[in-house]
Design a protein around this ligand. Structure first.
Ligand code: HEC
Length: 621
């Protein structure tokens, strides 16, 4: 529908906005001092034991301050700031020195990275298989149910200076590749956690890394949280190419890429929704898309937009122009259906009026051209942005309910050969669609329902897993309540009693097979504990892994939902790289199981969760 083959044909929406503004506004880059005075000094010039004074901020490096703004303690404060403003205030305040290098003791003695031409035991990208079932075969998992019950921590690795660890590792041939909130890509040995090389990306990297053969070596493909997409030489960590796949200032590449036939497909989302917290921000102009790039050199093959070109279509009560349509971001990895020559993507909500046909939808795109073959919208009329949850200044008339698809559809087949696409939505609904009949709904099942204190994340957040017979869906239902301490100035905190649970549905008809109840936080759990299970689920024969915002990683029986193993990551760890590290809430991607080892990242300070900065590796030995 809105397919643009070549970038030259399209005018990026932000540029379109800027062209309409008087030229004087374009004159100067933002002044870091002005941003500081306007956005930071109110708190940081105040004497309050909880707030570091300006003089301590000046002791930090500008990169570290950038991290605090992007994915750290200041994330909620920085939402309304553009990248230029963040950069300006970070370099105004902080020390402008090169990024710290890993300590020599963290490096492997043999730093060679060797990958086989094709790897039988791997977890490469979002799921071990391009059907996005997130299910590891018995052979590749290399673990029995008894082995899972006996898992022990083998090593911990700390991400220096981070308060969030949210990138799912890719593991193959005894190698780990993993991104970080600080934007550092790490190549490390799976058995010991020693480092072979690191690469500094321009922004935080949470998308899982996809390794593909390129010539006699391999390319690592991933995106960052500022719209850049990269190809690195896996063997050396050297940049092959990088490309900005979306010019919009708020673009985020969160979902993992999928590759097929020399082309990589990149899902594009954004955090523009949160910009509307600033009542002077003209909301909204971001357009969700999928971009196809040639792996060899990064040349764009096609770009397919999922929303039309935004136009100014009104003003808010205080006179801020409003733009639409917008949104329909793609947060999750595309699902490959090579047989039909298509991929399936899942979209999020619109950010402004008018709501459109391709938001909150599962869409089949032709691999060769990006043409939309069919789409199935499960919830029409969902336009929402962050102002709807605060002063409503820029809230569209649709006012939510903000029920994105945040996770990939799973392509699976019944014993009779009938194929189904399983999709879990934030609404609490899980759908089975028929890929042979334009996404017709075969069954739907509610796994959770909204309550007055549930945030907008009711059901499936980051992804389900399926072994073909059953689909395993974790329940988010994170709750927000007012702080109990009257001196606490935060508007809301996580409810330690609400959210969580894991449901097994029969793939054939959507009926419930079992439900593992939520496990509420203990009375002495730290601030930011929530039983919500929003992280993606992982399966292997007999076992489902589901991690929680309470910081626990749990293994459940696929037969009964009984808990087989439970590890609490909320503690300090001695790390192999000597960095001080602790675990916290687990959110975003799930665990990875490869060749007798289990890997998980812990720490998620977003939404008031418990911070942490650790990658953990478990084995039975
Ligand atoms: C509403 C009050 C408030 C505002 C506004 C605010 N801060 Fe903060 N800032 C805090 C508090 C409180 C902490 C301590 C947080 C903690 O330790 O968890 C903090 C901590 C920090 C830190 C240290 C984070 C770390 O990882 O150690 C940095 C850097 C920082 N702020 C930068 C900024 C910048 C830059 C701005 C303006 C863009 C800003 N802050 C605006 C309250 C504020």
């Amino acid at each position: 529908m809105w397919t643009t083959r070549w970038r030259a044909w399209y005018l990026p929406p932000m540029r379109a906005v800027l062209l309409l503004l008087p030229l004087t506004l374009l004159a100067a880059a933002p002044s870091g001092e002005e941003v500081y005075q306007k956005r930071c000094s109110g708190c940081h010039e105040r004497t309050d034991p909880r707030i570091p004074p300006r003089t301590s901020l000046q002791q930090m490096t500008s990169q570290r301050i950038m991290r605090a703004l992007d994915f750290g303690a200041m994330m909620t404060v920085a939402y309304p700031l553009s990248r230029d403003e963040r950069q300006a205030v970070a370099s105004f305040l902080g020390k402008n020195v090169p990024a710290a290098q890993p300590s020599p003791s963290a490096l492997c003695s043999d730093r060679a990275v060797k990958l086989a031409a094709s790897s039988r035991s791997a977890w490469n990208g979002w799921s071990p298989t391009a059907d996005n079932a997130r299910f590891q075969s018995a052979e590749a998992a290399g673990l029995s149910i008894d082995g899972v019950k006996n898992l022990k921590l083998k090593w911990a690795f700390g991400f220096d200076g981070d308060v969030t660890a949210f990138a799912q590792p890719t593991v193959m041939d005894g190698q780990v590749f993993v991104g970080s909130a600080g934007g550092v890509i790490h190549a490390m040995r799976a058995d010991s956690g020693c480092l072979q090389w690191t690469f500094q990306a321009s922004g935080p990297v949470r998308s899982s890394i996809l390794a593909v053969p390129l010539g006699r070596q391999h390319a690592l493909l991933f995106g960052d949280q500022t719209g850049w997409f990269y190809a690195l030489r896996a063997e050396t960590g050297k940049l092959l190419w990088k490309r900005k796949v979306e010019e919009h200032d708020a673009a985020r590449l969160t979902g993992a890429a999928m590759a097929h036939d020399g082309v990589v497909f990149v899902p594009v989302a954004s955090w523009e929704e949160t910009r509307s917290l600033d009542p002077t921000y003209p909301c909204c102009t971001f357009r969700g898309s999928v971009v196809a790039l040639r792996i060899r050199d990064g040349a764009q093959v096609w770009k397919s937009y999922l929303v039309g070109v935004p136009k100014e279509n009104g003003k808010t009560a205080r006179g801020t122009p409003q733009w639409g349509p917008s949104g329909a971001g793609v947060w999750a990895a595309p699902t490959l259906d090579a047989k039909r020559g298509v991929m399936y993507i899942a979209t999020g909500d619109n950010y402004s009026s008018p709501a459109t046909e391709l938001s909150d939808a599962i869409i089949a795109l032709e691999l060769k051209t990006g043409r939309i073959v069919w789409s199935k919208q499960t919830l029409p009329g969902d336009a929402y942005n962050s102002s709807c949850g605060t002063d409503k200044a820029s809230c569209p008339k649709e006012d939510g309910p903000d029920y994105d698809f945040g996770s990939s559809a799973i392509l699976t087949a019944l014993p009779n050969g009938r194929e189904l696409l399983l999709a879990g939505q934030k609404s609490g609904m899980v759908y089975a669609l028929d890929p042979a009949r334009k996404g017709e709904i075969v069954w739907q099942q509610a796994i959770a329902r909204a309550t007055p204190t549930t945030a907008t994340q009711v059901g499936v957040q980051w992804g389900m897993a399926s072994d073909g017979q059953k689909a395993y869906a974790a329940i988010n239902s994170v709750g927000r309540i007012r702080p109990t301490d009257p001196l606490d100035t935060r508007r809301s905190v996580l409810d330690p009693k609400q959210g969580g649970g894991l449901v097994a549905l029969r793939v054939a008809d959507g009926s419930r097979v079992w439900e593992a109840p939520p496990i509420v936080c203990t009375a002495n759990a730290p601030d930011g504990c929530s039983p919500a299970q929003s992280a993606a689920v992982t399966g292997m024969p007999g076992v489902v892994f589901s991690a929680s915002m309470d910081g626990h990683l749990r293994a459940y029986s696929t037969e009964s939902g009984a808990i087989l193993w439970d590890f609490n990551t909320v503690r300090d760890f001695t790390t192999v790289n000597g960095v001080k590290a602790k675990g916290g809430s687990i959110d975003g991607p799930g665990v990875v199981v490869v060749k007798g080892m289990v890997f998980v990242n812990s720490g998620y300070s977003r939404f008031g969760g418990m911070p942490g900065n650790v990658l953990l590796a478990f084995t039975t030995e």
